[in-house]
Design a protein around this ligand. Structure first.
Ligand code: NAD
Ligand code: WQD
Length: 337
């Protein structure tokens, strides 16, 4: 193939796994990352697992000069844009940071791509763009709305990407709406590196079980679900990575963009996740019941039909594998907290 892809935020959790999948599919990869939430040490595992056609450029998507330089130094066939900030509660505290990194960063990237004549993009969006009261399973035409600055920054990016494609048909954008990415590379060499106290369920489970946190709080026991705990659509990061390769293949073959959910289509409750984690790993998760977390919805899972229909992609890995790989990373991963 000989195609080269720029991966912004490529040293991060989803970017590192996707980079391995790209290398394995025959792409050359340039990681572009400011290392604000990751480390360059991940380059070793990426090259070991995926192959040597990978380099790291340290740069910031908010800086036009950094972007101009990387596009001057390489001829890219496509860009995958992961770089940005992703913590919902932090976005409420420092919204300007979120609009700057996520919206302004995306704008700067699009400008640089346009100048360089590279107009094929895969964009990391989120299930958080769906309106709270939209019915599950959520399909791509469900109502959109966001309830916090992080979600609004993703929605704004989706809207500006839509406008750019409408104005110039040379643009092809794959908007991928991730549900709840969890798990780690099965080698145990790569995984998530949450900074500080994790906000998300899976890193909280692994850290509490490891003894790094006193316990896991289960937020809410009175949701209208079979066991009273909230339901989400957890997807293995390896399946998510494969979804990005599928999106690039779709655009190359169909010569157009798309917007699809990346999930499993199956809802899993917090309690089911804990029970599965305990069974698969033969451990006990120290947990306590707590009040509902503000802003949480009861049930959220994807309709995954469109991704399968358009890209021929569907998630392959089970909840057992998500739990096994997350725990392997927590217990044996070199960079795990
Ligand atoms: P991550 O924090 O692990 O990775 C993001 C990477 O981007 C990091 O390596 C960070 O150093 C880098 N970065 C941040 N700001 C930058 C900037 N201005 N310039 C250059 N690099 C910058 O996060 P992740 O979980 O891998 O998420 C990747 C993308 O997927 C994000 O856009 C996120 O919003 C989106 N997303 C994540 C989830 C999730 O639950 N993890 C769900 C839906 C969508
Ligand atoms: C899952 C469930 C919690 C922690 C968030 C973002 C979303 C996307 C993915 C980026 C909920 C419960 C959690 C804990 C718990 N990210 N929980 N105890 O809220 O579905 O989605 O991450 O785009 O935008 O909002 O994921 O992992 O935080 O929570 O009981 O210590 O686990 O209440 O029901 P969420 P999560």
């Amino acid at each position: 193939m000989g195609m080269k892809v720029l991966v912004t935020g490529g040293c991060g959790y989803i970017g590192s796994h996707t980079s391995v999948a790209l290398l394995q599919a025959g792409f050359a990869v340039v990681l572009f990352d400011n290392l604000s939430n990751s480390t360059s040490a991940v380059l070793g595992p990426i090259a070991r697992l995926g192959g040597p056609k990978v380099t790291l450029v340290q740069g910031d998507v908010r800086q036009p000069d950094d972007l101009a330089q990387v596009f001057a130094d390489h001829r890219f066939d496509a860009v995958i844009h992961f770089a940005g900030l992703k913590a919902v509660s932090e976005s409420v505290q420092v919204p300007l940071n979120y609009y700057e990194h996520n919206v302004s960063g995306t704008l700067q990237l699009l400008r640089a791509m346009d100048v360089a004549g590279v107009r094929r993009l895969v964009f990391s969006s989120s299930a958080t763009v769906y309106a709270e009261d939209a019915a599950c399973p959520l399909n791509e035409s469900a109502a959109l709305d966001a309830t916090n600055p992080y979600g609004r920054s993703k929605l704004m990016c989706e809207q500006l990407l839509c406008d750019v494609q409408a104005a110039d048909p040379r643009w092809q954008v794959a908007v991928l709406r991730y549900f709840n990415p969890v798990g780690a590379h099965p080698s145990g060499e790569m995984g998530e590196l949450p900074i500080g106290v994790p906000q998300n369920l899976m890193p909280m489970i692994t850290q509490a079980t490891k003894g790094l946190r006193p316990h896991l709080s289960i937020f809410g026991d009175d949701y209208p679900t079979p066991d009273g705990t909230a339901v989400r659509d957890y997807i293995h990061v390896q399946d998510l990575a494969a979804g990005h390769v599928a999106a690039l293949a779709y655009m190359a073959h169909q010569d157009k963009g798309l917007t699809v959910n990346l999930g499993t289509g199956r809802g899993v409750s917090v309690k089911e996740m804990i029970d599965t984690f305990e069974r698969v790993n033969a451990v006990q998760v120290p947990y306590r019941w707590a009040a509902r977390r503000a802003g949480d919805v009861a049930v959220r899972f994807a309709d995954v039909g469109l991704a399968q229909q358009l890209m021929g992609w569907r998630a392959q890995l089970s909840l057992d594998e998500m739990c096994r790989d997350a725990w392997r990373w927590q217990t044996t991963g070199a960079g795990a907290p």
